[in-house]
Design a protein. Structure first.
Length: 76
């Protein structure tokens, strides 16, 4: 799979939270996950080297590590 260019698909995502170093997006238009190829529900993008989260319910997670950021994608 290829990297996810958030700027390229920004019109298909809803920004839910922006903390500067971390952004949370909701997938509103079936954007494919760069890890598994299936549409994801939410995307957390952070430039922090570490991040702790408590995923909702039984959500499946995909993780993509790029040179300058970490992508955490949830699937419902």
């Amino acid at each position: 799979m290829t990297a996810l260019d958030v700027h390229e698909v920004r019109h298909r995502l809803k920004l839910k939270k922006d903390a500067g170093h971390t952004k949370l997006f909701e997938n509103r238009d079936g954007v494919a996950c760069p890890a598994c190829g299936e549409p994801f529900a939410d995307l957390l993008a952070t430039d922090r080297r570490e991040y702790s989260l408590d995923p909702p319910g039984s959500a499946r997670l995909c993780v993509v590590r790029e040179d300058d950021r970490l992508l955490l994608l949830t699937h419902r």
